[in-house]
Design a protein around this ligand. Structure first.
Ligand code: FSX
Ligand code: SF4
Ligand code: F3S
Length: 411
């Protein structure tokens, strides 16, 4: 089985990409019911998401225009269907358009009209007709206890079905944290003696005994999946992956590095409980258990579902639970503070003016020291000063409250 197809893409050229009168672009406009310029914008966004160099959008556009329609077989096991749901919320273009135009979704239990024997026949027919060429997408964990009897489809266990479908696939993609490593269904219950989830849930790679591309997240960001599929269409192979099988373009940076609340972290401003004044003012959620400092994902820069800016957990006021990170999401309690993996300063956001004085400066100094190469010492200092910062903040608040009482009395 060729797990990652080899191939080279025609990178096109800038003149070509800006020639909006070309025939294939006119065709794509009709097929996707999308203005040409919007389509090119979409391709440029996907190219940027993948971290491709300038000009690569030409190759992306050509691949999508060509509509090679690789066959995709999408399996569902132990999960909530949130992965599919999150794709249905992607608007540029909608999943329906992508399915109908760019890929040929030959088997997807939630979306297909067929049921029972018809559905299984469609899967077998697609596998036979596209042997060695189809893309297998797996959503959901795979139960392993009692020979996998906890999840059966058409009389076949999830274990057997994933092995059968993977055997002749050109590429295998585990979408969501459940398929990536077991995710939420693999959570070990807090009962004494329990050493695995009740059904022994596992990820796809564990079942197949070989690495696969993973797009973790619960749910994962639909653009990361779309970008990975379009990379496959454009270059004939999957994007570069990290050691956990995650595309590097999406999972190589900590959420904390680009978080919109990072300036508050650096200045020592923390929400201490849900609904307090710090929370209402958009302070850092570290002390509410935010796992951004130990979670690799691009949620803070990409956002979710086109609903507008700040549309991601931390942007909505909830601490990141580390859903993309094995050993963090569904494992560490929400109230447990995150391990600081590094204290590198943010890449894009300027620091806010620090109002808390000494303690906040300690934290900021630690971050600066980390840049100078004293990361370990700085991390210790930063962690220590998180407490000091809060004490300073409380003193500051008390002072401000006293002052306003004085003001009132004087008025
Ligand atoms: Fe749900 Fe997918 Fe979470 Fe799992 O997403 S959003 S439980 S990662 O497999 O459907
Ligand atoms: Fe953002 Fe969380 Fe880091 Fe605070 S701890 S800056 S909320 S990622
Ligand atoms: Fe998940 Fe945290 Fe992103 S909870 S969606 S990794 S912000």
């Amino acid at each position: 089985m060729a797990w990652l197809l080899e191939g080279t893409a025609d990178m096109g050229n800038m003149n070509d990409i800006f020639d909006t009168s070309r025939k294939t672009l006119q065709d794509v406009e009709k097929r996707l019911e999308m203005p040409r310029r919007e389509f090119l914008q979409f391709c440029a966004t996907l190219a940027a998401t993948m971290g491709l160099p300038a000009g690569a959008e030409a190759a992306v556009a050509k691949a999508v225009e060509a509509a090679k329609r690789p066959s995709v077989i999408w399996l569902h096991f132990q999960e909530c269907t949130g992965c599919s749901e999150s794709l249905l919320r992607a608007e540029h273009p909608t999943l329906e358009k992508l399915i109908l135009d760019v890929i040929s979704l030959d088997y997807h239990e939630t979306l297909m009209a067929a049921a029972g024997h018809q559905a299984e026949a469609a899967r077998k027919a697609a596998m036979k007709a596209n042997k060695g060429k189809y893309v297998l997408v797996v959503e959901g964990a795979i139960p392993t206890k009692a020979n996998g009897i906890y999840c059966k489809i058409g009389g076949q266990t999830a274990i057997d079905m994933v092995k059968e479908c993977a055997a002749d696939a050109a590429a295998v993609i585990a979408i969501g944290s459940c398929a990536s490593w077991g995710g939420m269904p693999s959570t070990i219950p807090s009962i004494s003696g329990a050493d695995s989830s009740p059904t022994g849930s596992a990820g796809v790679a564990e079942i197949l005994g070989k690495p696969v591309m993973t797009i973790p997240g619960c749910p994962p960001n639909p653009y990361n999946f779309l970008a990975a599929v379009v990379h496959f269409l454009t270059f004939g192979k999957l994007p570069e992956l990290d050691k956990l099988g995650r595309p590097k373009f999406a999972y190589s940076r900590l959420i904390h590095e680009n978080c919109e609340r990072r300036a508050h972290f650096d200045a020592g401003r923390f929400a201490m409980e849900f609904g307090d004044s710090g929370h209402r003012q958009g302070y850092c959620l570290y002390k509410l258990g935010c796992k951004g400092p130990e979670t690799y994902a691009n949620c803070s820069t990409l956002g979710f579902g086109d609903a507008g800016e700040n549309n991601w957990p931390v942007g909505c006021g909830h601490p990141c639970i580390g859903c993309t990170e094995k050993g963090v999401g569904f494992t560490k309690p929400i109230h447990q503070v995150a391990k600081m993996l590094n204290v590198a300063p943010p890449l894009q956001y300027p620091r806010i003016v620090e109002e808390q004085g000494k303690a906040a400066s300690f934290a900021s100094a630690a971050a600066v020291a980390a840049v100078a190469g004293a990361a370990a010492g700085a991390a210790v200092m930063l962690t220590r000063n998180l407490g000091l910062s809060h004490a300073a903040e409380e003193a500051e608040r008390a002072k401000a409250a006293g002052k306003s009482a004085d003001d009132k009395a004087g008025a």
